[in-house]
Design a binder for this molecule. Structure first.
Ligand code: PGA
Length: 253
């Protein structure tokens, strides 16, 4: 696991975008797995900017969702599909079908999960998967207790996750309790992984992921067994690491 620490969330977003850009410059038709949440938004802004300035070509990339709420209309601003289209795919002018969706509104959710797995397999898998991490160590919506071999499926959201997601909804009753999520086994098959975290609320999850016991109780710890993981975090998220590398003070151009 390569761990890179920067002073600020802005620097994390910039460095993470540079990491994605390097991958896409080497492989313009890469398959990119997209996380949603507060953390990756800045990365998508940098990528959009680079695309609009002609520095980076995002038109050949194929995108895959990491997770989606169950029972949410994709036209609602809180749906992850809507967030990804709004924050990245529309601004770069991607074709609607450039995004392999997880349809949380499907009538047969297990069939939708299987369809996504088949689409991923026949596409040849993900080259670079972008991940955030929950305060309880989830990646995607794989909550503590998720099997390391789990595949894309319907999951129940942990109360801590429901509470954390409440900030995006008008009332507590509107916050989804279920989601479709790539499984831990699915995520582990991505050829490389870029995990981002900022803020002190993520410090415990980051130290458990890096230095804790690898166990389904601590879902992100599955990444200890992946050969190509880059973790880009700010100093606050790194504050509980016992063996923290020094904080990088500069972002290279
Ligand atoms: P956040 O979510 O980026 O909004 O903190 C991360 C996650 O729960 O995976």
């Amino acid at each position: 696991m390569d761990i890179v620490i920067f002073d600020t969330p802005d620097a994390v977003a910039e460095v993470a975008a540079q990491h994605v850009s390097r991958c896409l410059l080497a492989l313009p038709s890469a398959h990119l797995g997209l996380a949603t949440g507060a953390t990756p938004g800045g990365v998508y802004q940098h990528l959009t900017y680079a695309h609009q300035r002609g520095i980076l070509r995002l038109s050949e990339v194929r995108y895959f969702m990491l997770d989606e709420y169950v029972g949410i209309d994709p036209n609602k601003p809180t749906s992850f599909q809507n967030v990804l289209r709004r924050e990245l795919l529309s601004p770069i002018g991607a074709e609607p079908n450039a995004l392999e969706i997880l349809d949380g509104n499907a009538t047969d959710l297990p069939a939708e999960a299987e369809r996504f797995e088949n689409a991923l397999r026949s596409a040849g898998g993900i080259d670079l998967q972008i991940l955030g991490i929950g305060t309880n160590g989830h990646i995607g919506f794989n909550e503590p207790g998720s099997s390391f071999t789990s595949r894309t499926r319907v999951v129940e959201l942990h109360p801590e996750t429901v509470q954390s997601n409440a900030r995006y909804f008008n009332s507590p009753e509107d916050v989804p309790r279920k989601a479709l999520s790539q499984g831990l086994g699915t995520i582990l098959e991505a050829r490389s992984i870029l995990l981002l975290a900022t803020g002190g609320s993520k410090a415990h999850a980051i130290s458990s992921m890096v230095e804790g016991l690898s166990s389904p109780r601590n879902p992100a710890s599955i990444l200890q067994g992946h050969p190509d993981v880059t973790v880009v975090i700010d100093a606050a998220a790194a504050s509980l690491l016992r063996s923290a590398p020094t904080v990088a003070s500069q972002v290279s151009a």
